[in-house]
Design a protein around this ligand. Structure first.
Ligand SMILES: Cc1ncc(COP(=O)(O)O)c(C=O)c1O
Length: 467
């Protein structure tokens, strides 16, 4: 499970009434609420640049961009003003049969930025909705072109693709699925690209490992029956499990496999789009052409909620004629305020060349984090762009990981709190092997990397002594 910071029994702070109301009325996501029975809920009240401040005035470096969201950083008044202007002019109108100017402008701009013939933008309000929308589009597309048997979707072990029932069926994390079964039928798992834990026969050759992992997709499609498979969902860099970048040649091979079976390739870029990997879209970094890109999070840097999918011209074709209609919609999708915010967000990207900033500094980010490799608890530092996972191990030489008990004590009992206490927002996650994840705002530079490294070094050093 993801480990949210657990209370350390610090004295009560902030407004007592606010704390009481938080504990009585607010339900935190993926959080053991009982852990706040005898301690305070951290309450973030303000943000500025790469930093956020809690209700006691304590400052934290936002090493996770909130939740892989705040690309341009906090406190951007120009984006807030764009939202206010739009709300005053037209706060709401649906995209059901109507359009509004900001949705049109944003769709045009995203189509221009997206790779190849991905020209059709369908907005949602979240990443899970984007993932579900892509599945529904794939199913209805195939039904419309006379292949109604195609309904299954392949995705990778441990991959997180959202929490609504359909998105959960695409998600590869058994622990967060079990209570909700039976799920939407059709989710099929294939191996991920965790080279650190590669099977022995490909463990010393990254390219061979990539070929094997791609060919497992081929074998799964053949096993399931190609005529029953609609799509393969892959993140450019898989987040859950701790940042698995693709081996060289992996996506090229997967693209060929999908084409050979007439299966769609969905690039789930809810995290990896909008500069996280130094490009507008993660698929551009690795040079592959998806049939659909799903996005959310960084599209607005969190100043308002927005998600969506960008589909290829080919997928739109059957819906462009006669009575054909994509039978799907969401009341708040493509909300005028959210689309105005997304446009203002993209303006900041351009004005400040944020993609350039990531590309100029990513090598230094990696090098700074890799300094931590001298610690006995650090097994591997992996990732790309401004997106890294640090895998923690009990024994570096054997790569032995922690048992459930140790993991519970290490991550929940100590690390999450200690990192927050030391002033760093990041994520200690043991949905796969235990990792610390970093995904800072794209405005960050060397001084922020150094701050992250120093905090991680001192907290991980202390963690080791407690094992
Ligand atoms: C790759 C990926 N897909 C989908 C989602 C779901 O997005 P949301 O939480 O906006 O529904 C997430 C969320 O973290 C994600 O990382």
């Amino acid at each position: 499970m993801t480990t949210t910071p657990q209370p350390t029994g610090q004295p009560a702070h902030g407004d007592d009434a606010q704390q009481a109301a938080a504990k009585r009325n607010l339900w935190l996501h993926f959080t053991r609420m009982s852990s706040y029975d005898h301690a305070d809920v951290p309450v973030m009240v303000r943000g500025e640049g790469a930093y956020v401040y809690d209700s006691r005035g304590k400052r934290y470096l936002d090493g996770l961009a909130g939740l892989f969201v705040s690309q341009v950083g906090h406190g951007r008044t120009e984006i807030a003003e764009a939202a206010a202007r739009q709300a005053s002019q037209l706060a709401y109108f649906p995209l059901w049969s109507y359009a509004h100017p900001r949705a049109i402008e944003l769709a045009e701009r995203l189509a221009a930025l997206a790779p190849g013939d991905l020209n059709r933008v369908f907005f949602t309000t979240s990443g899970s909705e984007a993932v579900e929308s892509a599945w529904k589009l794939a199913k209805q597309y195939f039904a419309t072109i006379g292949q109604p048997g195609r309904y299954k979707v392949l995705s990778r072990e441990l991959a997180y693709h959202g929490t609504s029932m359909g998105a959960l069926a695409v998600t590869g994390l058994a622990a967060i699925k079990t209570p909700f079964e039976p799920l939407t039928p059709g989710g099929v798992r294939v191996p991920n690209t965790n080279f650190y834990r590669a099977p022995e026969f490909v463990a010393r050759d990254l390219e061979a490992f990539g070929r094997w992992a791609a060919d497992e997709i081929d074998r799964a499609i053949v096993r399931e029956g190609p005529e029953s498979v609609a799509a393969v969902y892959l993140e450019p860099v898989q987040n859950s499990g701790g940042c698995f970048p693709p081996p060289p040649g992996y996506f090229e091979r997967v693209r060929r496999i999908c084409d050979s079976h007439g299966v769609l390739l969905v690039s789930d870029e809810v995290i990896c789009a909008f500069g996280r990997l130094g490009h507008y879209f993660g698929s551009q970094r690795y040079g592959y052409q998806p049939d659909i890109i799903t996005f959310a999070k960084g599209a607005t840097s969190g100043y308002a909620p927005l998600g969506g999918m960008i589909a290829s011209d080919r997928l739109m074709e059957p819906f462009a004629e006669g009575t054909a209609t994509f039978l799907h919609g969401v009341t708040f999708a493509g909300h005028p305020v959210s689309t105005a915010v997304a446009l203002a967000n993209l303006d900041v990207f351009e004005k400040e060349d944020l993609l350039g900033n990531v590309r100029a500094h990513e090598a230094e980010f990696r090098a700074t984090l890799e300094q931590l490799s001298d610690l006995p608890i650090v097994g591997e530092v992996r990732g790309d762009g401004y997106f890294y996972g640090i895998e923690l191990v009990k024994d570096k030489s054997t790569r032995e990981t922690f048992d459930d008990d140790e993991s519970e004590r290490l991550l929940r009992g100590f690390l999450s709190n200690a990192l927050l206490d030391a002033g760093l927002v990041c994520r200690a996650d043991d949905r796969g092997d235990p990792v610390i994840q970093l995904s800072p705002p794209l405005i960050c530079g060397p001084e922020h990397f150094a701050e992250m490294e120093q905090i991680l070094r001192s907290v991980l050093t202390e963690a080791w002594t407690r094992l």
